[in-house]
Design a protein around this ligand. Sequence first.
Ligand SMILES: Cc1cc2nc3c(=O)[nH]c(=O)nc-3n(C[C@H](O)[C@H](O)[C@H](O)COP(=O)(O)OP(=O)(O)OC[C@H]3O[C@@H](n4cnc5c(N)ncnc54)[C@H](O)[C@@H]3O)c2cc1C
Length: 303
Amino acid sequence: MSEYFYDFLKTLVKEGKVKKDEPMSAHTTFKVGGPADYFIEPVNEKELSEVIAYLNKAGREYMIIGNGSNLLVGDRGYRGSVILLYDNFNEIRVDGETITAQAGALLSAIANTALENSLTGFEFAAGIPGTAGGAVLMNAGAYGGEMADIVECAEVIATDGDKVSFSNEELKFGYRRSILQVKPVAVSSVTYRLSRGNREDIKNRMDELAAQRRSKQPLEYPSAGSTFKRPEGYFAGKLIMDAGLRGYRVGGAKVSEKHCGFVINYNNATASDIMDVINDVTERVSRHFSVKLEPEVRIVGEF
Ligand SMILES: Cc1cc2nc3c(=O)[nH]c(=O)nc-3n(C[C@H](O)[C@H](O)[C@H](O)COP(=O)(O)OP(=O)(O)OC[C@H]3O[C@@H](n4cnc5c(N)ncnc54)[C@H](O)[C@@H]3O)c2cc1C
C-alpha cells in the first residue's frame, strides 16, 4: 500500500520532487526535526492541486510548509507528507497599489518589490523570515503592523483541489491567528493592498527596523523567533526574565540571554531539548505569576 502511495505521488509531480524520510532539520530555522515520511515539492499550482486532492482522497496526513520559521518538528519526525512551497512558488506581481505573491515568496522579497515600486505598508514585515503563505496563516506581525492590516485576499487550494478565495474578513484574523489554522487548506497566493509612498522614507523605515532586530534579537542562533505568544497585559520575555529564566538551558537549547522571549538552539539541540525548555518555562512562569504562556511556534510530529 505504501509503495503504491509513493509511486502514485511520483506521477503527480516532476521527477525527483517526492522524497522519502526527508530530515526536517534541513527545512526549519530551529535546525531540528526528524524525517518526514514523504516530502513533496510541487512546482506549479496544477501539481499542488492534484497532490492535495489525492492526499485527501487517500485519507493521508499532510502539512504545507513555507520557510519553516515558525515550526518545531519532533526528533522522531512527521508521520505523513510534508508539502514544501518555497523555491517554486515565489512569483511576485505588482498591479497599481496591490502586490500579489505566490505562497512561497519570502516576505523580504515582497518588501523589496514594495520598495522598488514606492509602495508603503509592508515595511513592518520586511525582517520576518517567513513566506507569504506562512505569514497569512499566522497573521504575522511586528512593530505595530500585522498581515491583517494589508492582506486583501488569499487564494487557497481546498481539500478537493479546487481554488477558493478568502477575503480579509473571511480570513478572521486575530492575534497570531487566522481561520486558515483550522481549515485544512493550502494557501497558493496572497494579495496585499498597499499605498503610494516615498521611496526614501520606506527604505529608511526598513533599515531602522532591521537595525532594531539586529540589536534586540539573537539572530546569530537558530530559532523560530518569539517562542511564545504575548499574554494579554504582559510581555512573555519580561515574565521569563523575571522568573529567573534568562539563559535557562536543557541540553543544547536555552532561553536567549539577549531576548528572553526567544528559545534558541545554541549548541546542536534536539527538538526534545527545545520542548523541555518550552515546558519548563511555561510551568515556572505559571507558578510565579499565574500567567499561562502559550507557544506561538507550531509544534508537530513525534518527539
Ligand atoms: C529570527 C526570527 C524572527 C521572527 N520574527 C517574527 C516577527 O517579528 N513576527 C512574527 O509574526 N513572526 C516572526 N517570526 C516567526 C515566523 O517567521 C512567522 O510566523 C512566519 O510568518 C512563518 O512563515 P513560514 O513561511 O516560515 O511558515 P512555516 O514555519 O513554514 O509554517 C508556519 C505554519 O503555517 C503553515 N503554512 C505555511 N505555509 C503554508 C501554506 N502555503 N498554506 C497553508 N499553510 C501553510 C504551516 O503548516 C505551519 O502551521 C520570526 C522567526 C524567526 C526565526
